[in-house]
Write a protein that binds this ligand. Structure first.
Ligand SMILES: [Cu+2]
Length: 104
């Protein structure tokens, strides 16, 4: 095998159907803590009424709406996560549909 730098880890996010949202690692475990660095977010949006947003809530400022309302399907983006508190959520239903994780 060719010598190469470590691959960017993949995180799998799903929003919908229904009022559900999740973010899991490549082993299928819910994301609770991550090491700082770049991650490939693969988001599957199963409902056109929801969004999948990622936001840093402490330790820095970052916000990206990866999938928007009206969209269903898959999108992949690479995000560099810096130390702090992070949240993924639906921007239409932010108080019902969210999860938090910590980057160390
Ligand atoms: Cu929603």
């Amino acid at each position: 095998m060719a010598f190469s730098s470590a691959a960017t880890p993949t995180l799998n996010g799903t929003v919908g159907p229904g009022f559900t949202i999740s973010l899991k690692d490549s082993k299928g475990k819910k994301v609770k803590t991550l090491k700082a660095g770049s991650y490939k977010f693969v988001i599957t949006d199963k409902a056109d009424i929801h969004t999948f947003d990622v936001k840093q809530t402490s330790g820095g400022k970052f916000h990206k709406e990866i999938t928007s309302a009206g969209f269903t399907g898959k999108k992949t983006v690479t995000i560099k996560l810096s130390k702090g508190k992070w949240r993924f959520y639906c921007n239409v239903h932010p108080t019902e549909m969210f999860g938090n994780f910590t980057v160390n």
